[in-house]
Structures are given as structure tokens and as C-alpha cells.
Design a protein around this ligand. Structure first.
Ligand SMILES: Nc1ncnc2c1ncn2[C@@H]1O[C@H](COP(=O)(O)OP(=O)(O)OP(=O)(O)O)[C@@H](O)[C@H]1O
Ligand code: SF4
Ligand SMILES: [Mg+2]
Length: 378
């Protein structure tokens, strides 16, 4: 039995998400039971057919050069690290797009650009039609409450000196999405119940909770400003498998109830298989394959996707891989020429060493960047 099948035993399976994203009509949001006003300042009806998130050719380059004086004295050049390069995708309302790939491929950097924590070096992220580089403007500030992020580490992401009530209330106060002490207290209690905790937990501190409970607190805090879009960066990878399943079930239930849109980042394909509608596979800062989940898991096209799927652990007590992912991820400061996957690719030919493959759309709407697929090499 594969890890994916084993993991599935823990997941309470409800309605399967559709391959092409959810029905846009599901994303309608009810007003709060606590009298909260919707955060969107828009007076016109939103265009629910348009994607909520549009990522247009974004790139992020980090300057990792030694200090100026060392460069001068030791004659060292400037060093630029291209963490993300020319990445484009869209996320429909109510959809979950997952990004997978080995460590260092740029997943978290994309996550941070999508919530405005990093400014893209090139390209643009649009949320509901608004360029995220305008988050500082009055319209942009109102936009901020509509996107939230859940981080990997539930220990580091909660202030240990604050009570739970203050932690969850913080986004409400920052974004001024509600007013009135009693209304905010009622909202905190409702949020704690929504994530399976109790109203009495509001008076406790984070250290009084287990890892899974802390991630529930992180989710409650992320939901406090009634966001429409949640960026989840490895939200369950610090938790053990049975707790992961509980938290994923909770996130799925909240998504269905509130019509949320997710960007879900994970290196765990078993998790991705259960949460995603579509999956983007990343390698060294670029998307190499983007497809509906079922298509990707049943008929992976890109040699790297196939390698990742072959490496899903076999659960026989040994935790061994079926086939280990072969080769090392190259140094991003000195990436290989052409297709950056060519040193590890069993299909690599001369063209792969000299020419970078472009992400091309196939008839079924999926996209893959590989000369072998384009030219039908066997
Ligand atoms: N602030 C930064 N300054 C310099 N380099 C960075 C910075 N943040 C990320 N990087 C580099 O950018 C590349 C992509 O990093 P990123 O954290 O986005 O990868 P990731 O896919 O999230 O990896 P992981 O699975 O380990 O979390 C890596 O080479 C990383 O070292
Ligand atoms: S372009 Fe060439 S090296 Fe890259 S994945 Fe395709 S076959 Fe392999
Ligand atoms: Mg990361």
C-alpha cells in the first residue's frame, strides 16, 4: 500500500473536488453571525468567473553577494540567486492549487510574493484584479485582510507571550474588520469552536497546547479577518501523520463552508493528492508541469514529476522509497545550462543542455516544459 493510500485512510473523504476547480457559485460568502461587515470595499458585484489570483511572469532575485569591502579586497563578484524565475499561473475562486518540489525550489518565495511579504523582482501578482504592489495604497490596505498566510511552524508563528485571545484578535484589530469588545470576544470564541477548540482556550497561552492544537490556533488567527485567499506553506509538515489528517480535514471543511481559495505548498505528495484541485511541480525556481491533480498523479508527463512520484515511500515498516530521487538539486547560484534538470534526467539529449524548454499548453489544458514531450522522444 502506498503512502498516498495509507494517508487516505486518515482523511474523511467527502465530495471530491472537481478537476477544473470548484463551481464559482460555491464561493459566495455569508455575512458573519457576529455582525461583521464584509471587508471588500467594492460596491459592484465581483466578477466570480475571473480567477481570484493571477500570477504573471513573476521572478525573485536575491543579492547574496559578500559585503562590498570583501568584494573589493578579495576581488569577488556580486552573486545573484534567482530563487523564482518567470512563474505564471492562475487560481480560480474556491480552488486549491498545490505547489510541490524539492527543498530550495522556490515554493516559499512564491508564497511570500503572493501575500505581499516579498516584492517580485519582475512580473506582477493580481488579486481580484488589483496589483499587489499597490498594497500600500488605501484600496490595497483594504485588500490585505482578504489574503492571509499559514506558516509551517506552529511553534514559531505564535507569540508565546500573548494570550490566545490577543493572538486571534490581532488581524481583526490591524485590519479593523470589526469593532466592539464584546463582538470581538464573540468572534474569537466562534473561531476557536470552528477550529475544534473551546471558547475557554482564549485565556490560555500557546505553550499550553499541543502541536496540532497550535496549528488550529494559527488557522483561527488566519481566518479572523475573514480572508478569501489562504496561502498555506507546509502547514502540516511539522505534525505527525494522524494530526496532519485532522488539520487537513479541518482546512477542507472550512474551505467548503467559507468558499476559500488556497495556495497549498507541500513537499509531501500524499498530502497534495488529498488537498489539491491542480498541482504545479517546481524545479529550481520554475514550474515544469502544471496539471489537474488526477491527471498529474495518473499520467505524469515531465521526467521530474515522474521521478517525484516514483519516490513516494512504501509503507512496509521500513519507510523506504520505491526509487530514490536520484541526483542532487543543483546549486541555484550556478544552475545548469538549458533545461536545469538535464544533469538528472534519464531522457536528456544535446538540445536539453543548450536550450531551456518553455512551458507549453497541451490539449487537455495542462502545461509541461520538456523537449522530450514536445518532440515525442520515446
Ligand atoms: N531571504 C533570502 N535571501 C537569500 N536567499 C534566499 C532567501 N530566501 C530564500 N532564498 C533562497 O532562494 C531559494 C528558494 O528558497 P525557498 O525558501 O523559496 O525554497 P522552498 O522551495 O520553500 O524550500 P523548502 O522546501 O526547503 O522550504 C533557495 O536557494 C534559498 O536559499
Ligand atoms: S527538457 Fe530534456 S533534460 Fe529537461 S526534462 Fe525534458 S528531456 Fe529531460
Ligand atoms: Mg519553504
Amino acid at each position: 500500500m502506498s503512502l498516498i493510500e495509507r494517508f487516505g485512510e486518515h482523511i474523511e473523504r467527502g465530495r471530491e473536488p472537481s478537476e477544473s476547480g470548484r463551481d464559482p457559485s460555491e464561493s459566495g460568502r455569508e455575512p458573519s453571525e457576529s455582525g461583521h461587515e464584509p471587508s471588500s470595499p467594492s460596491t459592484t458585484a465581483p466578477n466570480t468567473a475571473a480567477p481570484l489570483v493571477v500570477v504573471d511572469a513573476i521572478a525573485k532575485t536575491f543579492d547574496v553577494s559578500p559585503p562590498w569591502l570583501n568584494r573589493i579586497l578579495e576581488g569577488k563578484p556580486r552573486l545573484l540567486l534567482h530563487a523564482v524565475d518567470d512563474v505564471s499561473f492562475e487560481i480560480a475562486r474556491g480552488e486549491t492549487l498545490a505547489l510541490v518540489g524539492e527543498s530550495g525550489c522556490g515554493k516559499s518565495t512564491i508564497a511570500r510574493m503572493l501575500v505581499g511579504l516579498y516584492k517580485p523582482s519582475r512580473g506582477q501578482v493580481r488579486f481580484d484584479g488589483v496589483d499587489l504592489s499597490e498594497l500600500g495604497s488605501p484600496a490595497g490596505r483594504q485588500m490585505r485582510s482578504r489574503l492571509q498566510m499559514i506558516f509551517q511552524d506552529p511553534y514559531a508563528s505564535l507569540n508565546p507571550r500573548w494570550k490566545v485571545a490577543d493572538i486571534i484578535a490581532e488581524p481583526i484589530r490591524v485590519h479593523r474588520t470589526m469593532s466592539g469588545k464584546d463582538a470581538i470576544a464573540a468572534r474569537i470564541e466562534a473561531l476557536l469552536k470552528q477550529v475544534g477548540l473551546s471558547g475557554a482556550d482564549a485565556a490560555k497561552y500557546p505553550h499550553q497546547f499541543s502541536g496540532g492544537q497550535r496549528q488550529r490556533l494559527s488557522i483561527a488567527r488566519a481566518l479572523a479577518s475573514r480572508p478569501e485567499f489562504l496561502v498555506c506553506d507546509e502547514p502540516t509538515s511539522a505534525l505527525d501523520v494522524s494530526v496532519q489528517a485532522q488539520v487537513l480535514n479541518l482546512m477542507r471543511d472550512i474551505q467548503r463552508a467559507d468558499g476559500l481559495t488556497y495556495l497549498f505548498i507541500s513537499h509531501n505528495l500524499a498530502v497534495v493528492n488529498h488537498v489539491a484541485d491542480r498541482v504545479g511541480v517546481m524545479y529550481l525556481g520554475r514550474i515544469v508541469e502544471l496539471a489537474p491533480k488526477r491527471r498529474l498523479f495518473e499520467m505524469p508527463q515531465h521526467p521530474y514529476t515522474r521521478m517525484l512520484l516514483d519516490a513516494i515511500p512504501v509503507i512496509d515498516g521500513s519507510g523506504q522509497m520505491r526509487t530514490a530521487v536520484s541526483g542532487e538539486v543543483p546549486n541555484p547560484l550556478n544552475p545548469p545550462s538549458g533545461c536545469t534538470f538535464h544533469p538528472r534526467c534519464p531522457l536528456a539529449r544535446e538540445r536539453c543542455r543548450s536550450e531551456r524548454p518553455l512551458l507549453r499548453q497541451s490539449a487537455d489544458g495542462s502545461q509541461v516544459a520538456c523537449h522530450a514531450i514536445e518532440e515525442n522522444w520515446s
